[in-house]
Design a protein around this ligand. Structure first.
Ligand code: TNX
Length: 506
């Protein structure tokens, strides 16, 4: 099904009735209703148009915007009518989504004249989990940049931000009970050519700031401590927790080709190799560490999830890996949180209800599919991050200067054209949702992150939010997406102007 006339909305809403003509924004523009949502709408309109709306508490009159909580609305649902008045109702988070839709209905008619496109919209998400992952371990993003990423993804109706807080190259969150991590394990970030730059680490207050900023935008933070592999940085502060690096062929080849240094115990690592590090699986102290770290993170994190990593643990034997994963997911559960782990962890008897994150290909390798399905057998659900479609760090094409290409190149069409419930042989209701990870080995700035994220992140947003697989339409999406360019430019988003889209100037 293709919408008969297009409204420039991304992700596409569940139902749209397009009205006749446009309604001019009044001056002053009056906003009546719910505080949290109205305040954000005031800021957004002011920023975009230069018209600063006023909040009033009066009976609505033509031209006003009315924003009201509907106690009966489903979790993230909203209804929006742009007629003689603009009327938005929904759940608390539904109102936030409605505001973003309303902002996409703003049209610049030239000469400083702003109008609303008239429409009646009813909307709610397809998947409850719609995520983006930011790798702050390879390249540290300070709080203000994380907030900008939160704004960007909230505008596309994502509701989870997964922070990859630790990896071989750095540890990015202060832990009171293991204080050397923030002092010694966070001193460098990797750069695009494997050199080191200044690193960084979130204090607990920084992290709380991120959590509450995200919450005010309807976004839940999912913290990840990657274990038992990807743990080289831990060994810089606490050598007794980590085995000596074990080289693998791929790492050696890459290091040679790229001119990167090899991992060396106790020395910060800035290469891109994976699979060389492992926690010491049979030391009692390892589990004191895991418990302390996860307990402090659980205490800081109001959201339900703690991600324990579990990917690419090539330096850990399969038996040790399985033993570790069982214990670590069990610890998360004892702390009252839901464990999340990359799909390899499905080789183990994960704690019941553990969520698996699939990062294999669109054509799944049999063992990846099997490991992922095991989470479902254990009563958990699955987050889909197919690397050859949803990975934001894959190059658009081989000439693109940023990103990697180990999963192939991912142009916009490829990011858009896949079907979450057809990917693995698991029941449709076992799919919790979709997540687009941005790994940052090649990323040195927010501008560079933008170029990799945008516009592909909008394709993933639509897959996660909009209707069923059948009703998605590429050409329709292309037109709606083209219309986002002016707002993205106004927000300072350095999107990559992919040739598949005829980008709009206005
Ligand atoms: C694989 S995907 C990784 C990361 C790398 C990424 C680069 C996954 C769970 N692990 O360690 O950063 O490839 O694309």
């Amino acid at each position: 099904m293709v919408l008969p006339v297009l409204l420039p909305l991304v992700p596409a809403p569940v139902s749209v009735v397009i009205g006749e003509g446009r309604m001019p924004l009044t001056d002053p523009l009056r906003i009546i209703g719910d505080d949290a949502a109205s305040d954000q709408l005031v800021t957004a309109i002011g920023h975009r148009t230069g018209i600063l709306p006023v909040r009033v508490d009066e009976e609505p009159r033509p031209g006003d915007v009315v924003v009201r909580i509907d106690p009966d609305a489903a979790a993230e649902a909203y209804a929006l009518t742009v007629g003689e008045i603009v009327e938005l109702t929904g759940s608390a988070n539904g109102l936030l989504h409605g505001i973003r839709t309303l902002m996409q209905l703003l049209a610049d008619d030239g000469d400083g004249r702003w109008t609303w496109r008239r429409a009646r919209i009813a909307d709610a998400p397809r998947f409850a989990y719609r995520g983006v992952m930011l790798d702050v371990a390879r390249r540290f993003f300070p709080v203000d940049e994380v907030e900008k990423v939160i704004d960007r993804i909230a505008d596309l109706k994502f509701n989870h931000l997964h922070l990859h807080l630790s990896d071989d190259q750095g540890w990015r969150i202060h832990i009171d009970s293991w204080p050397l991590l923030s002092q010694l394990s966070s001193t460098v970030s990797a750069t695009g050519d494997g050199r080191a730059t200044g690193g960084g680490c979130y204090s607990k207050d920084d992290y709380r700031t991120i959590v509450s900023y995200a919450a005010s935008r309807g976004i839940t933070i999912v913290p990840e401590i990657d274990m038992p592999g990807h743990t080289h940085a831990i060994g810089i502060a606490y050598p007794e927790l980590v085995e000596a690096p074990v080289m693998n062929e791929h790492l050696l080849d890459d290091a040679k080709r790229l001119g990167h240094a090899l991992p060396e115990a106790g020395v910060p690592y800035t290469g891109w190799g994976v699979g060389h590090s492992s926690l010491r699986i049979h030391e009692k102290r390892t589990y004191e560490f895991v418990r302390d770290v996860l307990a402090e993170l659980a205490e800081l994190t109001p959201g339900p999830y703690l991600h324990i990593g579990g990917d690419e643990s090539l330096g850990t034997s399969p038996a040790d890996f399985a033993y570790f994963i069982e214990r670590a997911t069990g610890i998360v559960q004892e702390l009252g949180k839901t464990p999340v782990a990359w799909h390899e962890a499905g080789a183990a008897e994960v704690a019941p209800g553990t969520v698996g994150q699939y990062w294999g290909l669109l054509a799944p390798d049999a063992s990846h599919a099997e490991h992922t399905a095991h989470f479902v057998e254990r009563g958990g659900r699955v987050i889909l991050s197919p690397s050859d479609a949803a990975y934001l760090d894959m190059k658009y094409d081989h000439d693109f200067p940023l990103g990697l290409a180990w999963a192939g190149t991912v142009d916009l069409h490829r990011a858009y054209d896949w079907q979450p419930t057809a990917l693995l042989d698991i029941p449709a209701d076992a799919v919790a949702g979709v997540e687009a990870p941005l790994w940052t080995e090649t990323v040195e700035s927010l501008d560079e992150a933008d170029q990799l994220m945008f516009p592909r992140i909008a394709a993933i947003a639509e897959i996660a939010w909009s209707t069923s697989d059948r009703t998605r339409d590429w050409n329709d999406f292309r037109e709606r997406l083209a219309a986002q360019a002016p707002a993205w430019r106004a927000d300072g988003i350095r999107f990559h102007p992919v040739p598949e889209i005829d980008w709009s100037d206005r």
